[in-house]
Design a protein around this ligand. Sequence first.
Ligand SMILES: CCCCCCC/C=C/C(=O)SCCNC(=O)CCNC(=O)[C@H](O)C(C)(C)COP(=O)(O)OP(=O)(O)OC[C@H]1O[C@@H](n2cnc3c(N)ncnc32)[C@H](O)[C@@H]1OP(=O)(O)O
Ligand SMILES: NC(=O)C1=CN([C@@H]2O[C@H](COP(=O)(O)OP(=O)(O)OC[C@H]3O[C@@H](n4cnc5c(N)ncnc54)[C@H](OP(=O)(O)O)[C@@H]3O)[C@@H](O)[C@H]2O)C=CC1
Length: 270
Amino acid sequence: MIDRSPLAEFTGQVALITGGGSGIGRAIALRYAAGGGDVVVLGRRREPLEETARMAEKFGGRAEVVTCDVRDPEAVTAAVNGVVGDLGRLDALVNNAAGNFISKAEELSPNGWRAVVDIVLNGSFYCTRAAAQHMLAAGRGSILNVIASYAWHGHPGTVHSAAAKGGVLAMTRTLAAEWGGRGVRVNCISPGPTETEGAGAALWPTDEARDRVLGSVPAGRFTTPEEVAESAAFLLDARRAGYVTGDVLSVDGGQWLGKAVYTDPRAGRS
Ligand SMILES: CCCCCCC/C=C/C(=O)SCCNC(=O)CCNC(=O)[C@H](O)C(C)(C)COP(=O)(O)OP(=O)(O)OC[C@H]1O[C@@H](n2cnc3c(N)ncnc32)[C@H](O)[C@@H]1OP(=O)(O)O
Ligand SMILES: NC(=O)C1=CN([C@@H]2O[C@H](COP(=O)(O)OP(=O)(O)OC[C@H]3O[C@@H](n4cnc5c(N)ncnc54)[C@H](OP(=O)(O)O)[C@@H]3O)[C@@H](O)[C@H]2O)C=CC1
């Protein structure tokens, strides 16, 4: 549940959120709307996007839906240009859409690799490129890429997603440097395990797998989409995070540090 933000920090601004029909993307869209902004949510299925838009409109701003596969660069460009045409500006892009499943690398088909890399890495670039053309012309904008900590530490069974998220991290840092002097900030947010429509069934389908994932989080619980959305709002807000670019904010209860944590009870953690 997201309350109206007393900061009203996005009043008069417009955000495009990919994968805004579920999970973390929906929570980010609602948090942006709660901050007074207008939102456009993009994904392949219309119905969940419309549900997000209905929820966002309750905060009083405008909410639009675009059906589009981020793997299609022409469709992405048309979608982004349509947002600017309809709403007059584009202040924020959140590259949140993703595909994922667990597979042994040696058994992953080329098409399985391609599906995930195309959605996560190529799709993020297509959206970023199209959005940046407007943001650079306006001299302002914020791009937020949703990644995962295996982008830097790796994780067995996720070679496609880890490689793609690692590419998104490198893209983030490159573009932050390239566009830093032109008013466009580019950052990443890295959620911990979060129970969403896509993640639970794909990544921890059994109680045993779920317990194992939970056991890897020092905070001892799953991340909530709202927690990710609150940190996303901070990074998107130029008044609070205007000097932050090229960085990664982990919202994961310390999960990525997990392997480095000494688990002996004498060290205060078991
Ligand atoms: C372990 C703990 C880690 C915790 C951190 C987690 C960090 C990250 C989390 C997330 O990213 S959660 C988000 C998950 N959300 C989704 O995945 C939703 C969207 N997903 C999809 O659209 C599909 O899953 C998709 C496969 C990624 C893409 O769908 P599309 O319809 O385009 O592809 P398909 O035609 O169905 O398949 C393409 C290709 O991929 C092969 N494949 C699909 N699923 C599997 C699987 N479970 N195992 C192995 N291979 C799979 C499929 O067979 C196709 O290949 P070919 O058969 O044609 O060779
Ligand atoms: N949940 C977790 O534990 C974690 C998630 N993350 C990251 O957070 C982000 C959100 O994850 P989460 O909310 O769990 O995922 P969900 O699966 O719930 O949401 C993914 C969204 O992406 C959309 N999407 C997928 N493929 C495409 C495509 N080709 N074109 C357009 N939209 C697409 C889906 O909509 P549709 O199917 O209608 O297209 C869906 O709304 C992802 O980047 C994920 O990698 C990172 C770490 C942990």
